[in-house]
Design a protein around this ligand. Structure first.
Ligand SMILES: [Zn+2]
Length: 416
């Protein structure tokens, strides 16, 4: 019996010969201020994985000679960079649906209509296509939001599709994104009723069905909505959701204050924040999630340097959205964070891995250490400082998700 059992156990995997291995080992929790520059670099590193989890990480001379490494399946990373998979902690993966290139941005209501006309299967196929592309570019965990407005069947449809996509092959962390109808279109009565329905009906239902882990808020400055926003976050916390706030408005001071007051896990965008908000975030546990791809399109960047220098915990993500930010490559987010937001390559890498993980409550990934998930990248680079320089090049040679190779770079055929 024991012999049979031994045979069924998959052999460990040994990643050998890495030119440079980034462990990201460091303090528990999100990295802030100067900690973002500490990548825990091991030159000539190796690591051992078993059953989807990391067993050993260290210098090749030690790890490759361990008894446990005998009989392991070997992956040769010679000349290459080994690092944790990217955690894309802010995407709008399924909503709004894609626009025709060149088309003016679609109205919210018509985007909801398009979504409702599509079958669940078709939506799932589309989502699967995006997730495959993300895996090819090195993302191993993705957060994905709803955001269809006060519309139960649309919100539930997106959440069911996200549940169906879970683990195929990436981990998908679902977030319920609450938004009112556009500013200027609501009324205190209609918004009050929408908030009542969201807090009293939809959120408890989604919590019971475990369809989302986070509750996010599309903040806007409409005065009568401020108490409704607070109520949304208070209710979300009572129900056990982690909270997030979209603060992409031109006057985001009240949004940041609310996020910090309600101990939101993250507050995102932040293109327009000033010194007071920087300071508030530096003294809070809330992660400042910056979206360089969205900023590039809108022409205004969040003050990354001021946030990090003040001691804030900063994450970066793509804000991927099939309609108005269809850019899903975290390597590009890292390049833009360095080239346009003056983050150092090490800060950007920490922000795209370990801090992204903390901003979606996943402390079990984003770093390479004993017991963490074996979500690993092998990149065509010998040094991590090459990452931001190679703007637009996909450097991924291999993506490993929970110990399984889910993407391997293809070969170019020789011409005749
Ligand atoms: Zn967003």
């Amino acid at each position: 019996m024991s012999g049979l059992r031994r045979k069924s156990v998959t052999p460990p995997i040994l990643i050998r010969n890495a030119r440079q291995l980034l462990t990201l080992r460091g303090p528990k929790g999100a990295r802030r201020g100067p900690e973002l520059n500490e990548l825990g670099v091991i030159p000539h590193g190796a690591m051992l994985i078993r059953d989807g989890v990391i067993e050993e990480v260290g210098p090749a001379v030690r790890v490759e000679n361990l008894a446990a490494a005998r009989g392991a399946v070997e992956i040769n990373a010679v000349g290459r960079l080994v690092m944790p998979g990217f955690v894309d902690s802010h995407t709008h993966l399924m909503f709004p649906p894609p626009c025709t290139p060149g088309e003016a941005q679609r109205e919210h209501e018509s985007a909801v209509k398009v979504l409702l006309t599509m079958t669940g299967h078709r939506l799932e196929r589309r989502g699967r296509g995006y997730l495959d592309a993300m895996a090819r570019h090195g993302t191993t965990t993705v957060e994905a939001k709803t955001g269809c407005g006060p519309h139960e069947s649309a919100e539930t449809k997106v959440l069911r599709v996200l549940a169906a996509l879970q683990g195929k092959p990436l981990d998908v962390v679902a977030t319920l994104l609450f938004r009112f109808s556009r500013a200027g279109e609501g009324s205190p009565e209609a918004d009050g009723a929408a908030a009542e329905w969201m807090c009293g009906e939809l959120m408890p239902k989604i919590r019971r069905r475990r369809l989302a882990r986070f509750a996010d808020l599309e903040w806007d400055p409409e005065p009568w909505r401020q108490e409704l926003f607070r109520r949304f976050l208070v209710t979300a916390r009572e129900l056990g959701f982690g909270c997030k706030v979209h603060a992409d408005d031109a006057m985001p001071a009240a949004a940041v204050r609310l996020a910090v007051e309600q101990e939101a896990v993250s507050v995102d965008h932040l293109e327009h924040i000033g010194p007071a908000e920087v300071e508030a975030l530096a003294y809070s546990q809330t992660v400042a999630t910056l979206l360089p791809g969205a900023s590039f399109r809108r022409g205004r960047y969040a003050p990354a340097r001021a946030l990090i220098d003040a001691g804030a915990a900063v994450a970066i993500a793509t804000n991927f959205n099939p309609c108005d930010t269809p850019a899903l490559n975290m390597q590009t987010a890292i390049s833009l964070a360095c080239l346009a937001m003056r983050m150092s390559p090490a800060e950007a890498i920490s922000a795209a891995t370990v801090n992204g993980a903390h901003s979606i409550g996943c402390a079990d990934r984003g770093l390479l250490a004993y017991g963490k998930l074996a979500d690993i990248l092998i990149l065509n680079a010998g040094d991590y400082r090459e990452l931001p320089e190679q703007l637009g090049t996909n450097l991924v040679h291999l993506t490993i998700k929970r110990g399984k190779v889910v993407y391997r770079e293809g070969e170019v055929a020789e011409g005749d």
